[in-house]
Design a protein around this ligand. Structure first.
Ligand SMILES: [Zn+2]
Length: 271
C-alpha cells in the first residue's frame, strides 16, 4: 500500500508537469473506483489550469482556479507521467493530458483509489475535514502526542497508527519510529512519559523525512514517477527483520501480531 512518503514522492514527481499547465483533455476508461468517477469529470477539468499540487495525509489535491481534484492511490494505485500516444495497459483507469507535453496516468489494479472534484475549499471536503495533524507539521509535537496518549489504554503502536491522532504513520514507520525512540510497541499509551512522547515525535518525523528524501518506499515494486525504484527498505532497522541481529545491539529482532499487523522490535533497545 502506498504510504505517506510514497504519496509525497509522487506529488513532488508530478508537480512540474502540472503546475501552471492546462488540461487539454481528460480520458476515463474505468469509472468504478472506490467511488464512481463523476459522469461530468472529463468536461469539468478540460481547459482548466493547475494552480497548486498539495498533499494532505495520503490524498493529493490538484488545485485549479475554481475547484480542486482530490485523489487517493488506494491500496495499489500509482500515478505516472508518460508521453502522449502511449498505449494504456490493463488497469490504467484515467489520464489527464496536459499542455506541458505530459500525460498524467492513473494505474490501479485493485481499484480502491478515488478521484473527486470539489468546488469548495478542499480542506472542508468530507474526505479531508476530519483528518488529524500531519506528522511532519508543527502541530504534531511532544505536547500534542503526550496529551493524545492520556487516558488511552491502547498500545502505543496502535495509537501512532490511528489516523484520528496523526495521519500517515503506517505499520513500517510506526515500527521504525518506536525502535528509534527506544519505546516498546506494547507499552500502554497513557504510561508514555513526556520525554518518551518527545522522542517518539522526533523519531516519527525523522523516519518519514528520511523515507521521503530517499524517494519512497515500502513497496517492492514501487517506482516513482521518473521510473526509479525506491530504496527505503535497505535502511530499515526492525521492520521485516525478525530473526536477524539488531543493527544496534546485535540481539535478535522479534516479531508478533498486533491489531492484525506484524510488529517488529528489539526487546533490548526498546523498553
Ligand atoms: Zn537492539
Amino acid at each position: 500500500m502506498p504510504e505517506l512518503p510514497e504519496v509525497e514522492t509522487t506529488k513532488r514527481g508530478i508537480c512540474s508537469a502540472l503546475l501552471g499547465h492546462r488540461v487539454l483533455n481528460a480520458v476515463v476508461r474505468e469509472r468504478r473506483l472506490r467511488w464512481p468517477i463523476a459522469a461530468n469529470f472529463e468536461a469539468t477539468v478540460s481547459g482548466r489550469t493547475v494552480r497548486s499540487v498539495e498533499r494532505r495525509a495520503k490524498y493529493i489535491v490538484i488545485g485549479f482556479d475554481d475547484g480542486s481534484l482530490i485523489l487517493h492511490l488506494g491500496m495499489s494505485g500509482s500515478l505516472r507521467l508518460i508521453k502522449p500516444g502511449t498505449l494504456p495497459r490493463t488497469h490504467d483507469h484515467w489520464d489527464l493530458e496536459m499542455d506541458s507535453g505530459w500525460v498524467l496516468r492513473f494505474h490501479d489494479p485493485r481499484r480502491f483509489g478515488s478521484l473527486h472534484w470539489t468546488e469548495g475549499e478542499p480542506s472542508e471536503h468530507p474526505l479531508l475535514v476530519k483528518l488529524a495533524p500531519e506528522p511532519l507539521s508543527d502541530a504534531f509535537d511532544a505536547d500534542y502526542l503526550y496529551r493524545a496518549t492520556r487516558k488511552r489504554s491502547v498500545a502505543i503502536k496502535q495509537l501512532l497508527m490511528n489516523s484520528a491522532v496523526v495521519v500517515g504513520v503506517g505499520n513500517i514507520y510506526a515500527s521504525e519510529a518506536l525502535f528509534h525512540a527506544g519505546v516498546a510497541p506494547r507499552r500502554v499509551a497513557r504510561r508514555i512519559t513526556k520525554m518518551e512522547a518527545a522522542k517518539l515525535v522526533k523519531a516519527v518525523k525523522q523516519v518519514l523525512a528520511a523515507a521521503i528524501k530517499i524517494g519512497g518506499t515500502t513497496l517492492r515494486d514501487y517506482v516513482d514517477p521518473e521510473g526509479s525504484p525506491g530504496y527505503f527498505r535497505q535502511k530499515l532497522f526492525v521492520y521485516e527483520r525478525a530473526g536477524s541481529a539488531c543493527r544496534v545491539c546485535k540481539s535478535t529482532v522479534k516479531q508478533f501480531a498486533q491489531g492484525q499487523r506484524s510488529t517488529y522490535w528489539c526487546s533490548t533497545c526498546q523498553r
